[in-house]
Design a protein around this ligand. Structure first.
Ligand SMILES: Cc1cc2nc3c(=O)[nH]c(=O)nc-3n(C[C@H](O)[C@H](O)[C@H](O)COP(=O)(O)OP(=O)(O)OC[C@H]3O[C@@H](n4cnc5c(N)ncnc54)[C@H](O)[C@@H]3O)c2cc1C
Length: 485
């Protein structure tokens, strides 16, 4: 046996010490931890390629890492732990979070040892700590490929792609395996004493997004098949619910790639106006992107427009003129040379408008001129005064809107990730509603609750990937102990 890319067929005899569901950060770390110590492992992945949402990630959280020490970043585990617990209003599981923080630095060492490549240490904004360890060439190249390569070298690990797990099998409160749907559509049972659920988030589940994200208009930023099936499977065998409902939102221009020039122009922190024609936030909140997403979701129809004028638009053609860039998707020092044609495209797609008068702009974006015009006028007075007396936005983001033509780009909320669902302890053992461990069952990564407490924050930038690594390794280590390996 060795790691393969095959899909299971009904002729496969499927038995192993451990089964891992999912091949993102959590699943690969769990499988590698188990496999390197000699446990036989079967990994099931529903999709035709490995990596899940981790393929898209730019970097991961750690504190007191060697990279930070070298860069003289003096943050401590205790400082970040307290910041995180306060920002999550102590709704997160303190014991789990503390262990995650304590191991985060050594997790980077472990990942480097298995071949993961990092390009450097960053903070996502001027307002956040320098804890974001970026992968060389994003998650797919820098993280998933090397990890998967190491897994494939192990004779005792098999990976089955296009083989979704459909049920967990539990007898007398002990896990016995899973049932899967094979590539050919047959049902098949796989047996094991350990199952690690590492199935990621549920941002493709429209109903849950509407319930917990509080809007019908949220779309996943990277659509996939992440509907939370294995979370339900865990509940079906008695697991408790924990932390379900955490949607990490962001403001985007609809249906744009994260690196499109229209996207960059649209979410610059200029003037954001809602469907009532009102300004509704300090626009520089985009730097704390989940907060900006939350603010947008509170607006009518969860929709807004970014308004700017010809001077602002022309300035974007110059290097080093952007006020904001989301994560590592676009180099903030780069210009937008194609912004004119990009706006033309946006106009054809009805997500951008250009017009000579603000009165006409109100009609185009569907707001009342009697609301919209005073909003712009007040904003311009703030710009003249160099002080935002409405929301206190930093003066560097105050640029008047007076030179026609005027532009509007549509903004909607999207979900990077939706997290939580399965209750665990800090050993990542799955717990019932009565806080009893279901023997042999573990959960890791975004499907597990406990890390965040109802709202996303950015002190632990890269935290969801960091948490996936930590919980994947922790689940693997404790499963080895359970297996007596
Ligand atoms: C554009 C983008 C950028 C991001 N940037 C960052 C970042 O910089 N830092 C950060 O920390 N986070 C980031 N995130 C979030 C981050 O990618 C995830 O939170 C994290 O990687 C999740 O890891 P995971 O192992 O829990 O899940 P995933 O990586 O999503 O893996 C779960 C896997 O389980 C599989 N699966 C699901 N159900 C089944 C089933 N029934 N049977 C078999 N397989 C199944 C899925 O197909 C998937 O492959 C980003 C997300 C996006 C979309």
């Amino acid at each position: 046996m060795n790691a393969t890319d095959e899909g299971a067929t009904s002729t496969n005899e499927l038995h192993a010490d451990a089964i891992v569901i999912g091949t993102g950060a959590a699943g690969l770390c769990a499988a590698l931890t188990l496999g390197r110590e000699g446990a036989s492992v079967i990994v099931f992945e529903q999709l035709g390629e490995v990596g899940g949402m981790t393929n898209h990630a730019e970097g991961m959280f750690a504190v007191e890492s060697k990279m930070q020490k070298k860069a003289n970043v003096g943050l401590t585990v205790d400082e970040i732990f307290h910041a995180h617990m306060e920002e999550t209003h102590w709704r997160a599981d303190a014991s789990l979070v503390k262990k995650f923080m304590e191991k985060s630095g050594s997790n980077i060492d472990w990942l480097e040892d298995v071949g993961v490549r990092f390009s450097g240490l960053y903070n996502i904004s001027a307002f956040s700590p320098r804890v974001w360890h970026q992968f060389a060439d994003f998650g797919q190249e820098g993280f998933i490929k090397p990890l998967y390569q190491r897994l494939r070298e192990l004779d005792n690990v098999r990976v089955f792609l296009e083989t979704p797990v459909q049920n967990l099998l539990v007898e007398d409160d002990q896990v016995t395996g899973v049932s899967v749907r094979t590539k050919t559509g047959d049902g098949l049972t796989a047996s094991a004493r350990v199952v690690v659920i590492a199935s990621g988030g549920w941002q493709d589940n429209k109903d849950w997004l509407e319930t917990y994200g509080r809007s019908r208009n949220i779309r996943p930023i990277a659509p996939s098949r992440m509907t939370g099936g294995p979370i339900r499977m865990a509940w079906d065998v008695g697991a408790g619910e924990s932390g379900l409902g955490l949607v990490q939102t962001v403001v985007v221009v609809p249906d744009e790639d994260t690196n499109s020039q229209l996207m960059q122009a649209g979410y610059q922190p200029r003037l954001f106006v809602n469907r009532l024609g009102h300004r509704y936030c300090d626009e520089s909140m985009v730097w704390k992107f989940p907060f900006a997403g939350n603010a947008l979701i509170n607006q009518p129809e969860a929709t807004a427009w970014c308004i700017f004028d010809e001077t602002a638009k022309e300035s974007m053609k110059e290097p080093n003129s952007l006020l904001y860039a989301l994560g590592a998707f676009f180099d903030i020092l780069k210009p937008l040379p194609d912004i004119d044609s990009e706006i033309e495209r946006g106009m054809r797609e009805r997500k951008a408008f250009r017009t000579e008068s603000l009165e006409r702009m109100a009609v185009m974006i569907g707001v009342e001129a009697e609301d919209f015009l005073p909003t712009v006028e007040t904003y311009n007075r703030c710009c003249d005064a160099g002080y935002d007396f409405v929301f206190g936005k930093n003066r560097r983001y105050l640029q008047e809107i007076r030179t026609p033509p005027f532009y509007a780009v549509r903004l909607v909320p999207a979900a990077f990730i939706a997290m939580g669902g399965i209750r665990t302890n800090d050993r990542m053992e799955v717990l019932t509603k009565d806080y009893m461990a279901i023997e042999g069952l573990y959960a890791a990564g975004c499907c597990a609750g406990g890390y965040l407490g109802g709202s996303c924050e950015i002190s632990t930038t890269g935290g969801s990937c960091g948490f996936a690594v930590f919980t994947g390794r922790t689940a693997g280590e404790n499963a080895l102990e359970y297996l007596g390996k």
